[in-house]
Design a protein around this ligand. Structure first.
Ligand SMILES: [Cu+2]
Length: 154
């Protein structure tokens, strides 16, 4: 057994590399907040790692779960969290780009249905060079992220 485990680890590492090679941009833990009562918008987050040899950009996002999806960035201004649209998200080869609460996020405008914890929905990421990538976004409990709920459009 002593010698089997390192071999297995190598195999798994190989499998992960093969998966990553299939998609130019690796998407780690795509998730969205469960809808609060009365909320019509939502937000999705993920970590992007480009495996291309050159810079790329996430330029747009589409999903059937919302009327439209926009790339936004949040920032604290005078004690209030505000956000504005970003034209794109820059990706550097091999560098983790994190979309997270209080930072860059995918804004889901006019949700077509309530997002419930445990559900998932499809989303397509469009990259400037890396083509398009279909992912499944997991819906996670909203109360897990209390404190990041203040969203005001400028
Ligand atoms: Cu937003």
């Amino acid at each position: 057994m002593r010698f089997v485990l390192p071999g297995l680890a190598l195999l798994l590492a190989g499998a992960a590399a093969a998966l990553a090679a299939d998609a130019p941009v690796e998407v780690v833990h795509p998730w969205a907040r469960a809808s609060l009562a009365g909320s019509i918008n939502g937000a999705a987050y993920m970590t992007l790692i480009s495996h291309e040899g050159a810079d790329d950009r996430l330029v747009s996002v589409t999903t059937p779960v919302a009327e439209s999806a926009e790339i936004h960035v949040s920032r604290m201004k005078d004690g209030v969290m505000t956000m504005r649209p970003l034209g794109w998200v820059d990706l550097k080869p091999g560098v983790r780009t994190v979309l997270e609460p209080n930072g860059v996020h995918v804004m889901l405008l006019h949700l077509q249905r309530r997002l419930k914890a445990g559900d998932s929905f499809p989303m397509t990421l469009h990259f400037e060079k890396g083509g398009s990538e279909e992912i499944a976004v997991a819906v996670e409990a909203a109360d897990y992220h209390v404190g990041h709920m203040e969203h005001h459009h400028q």
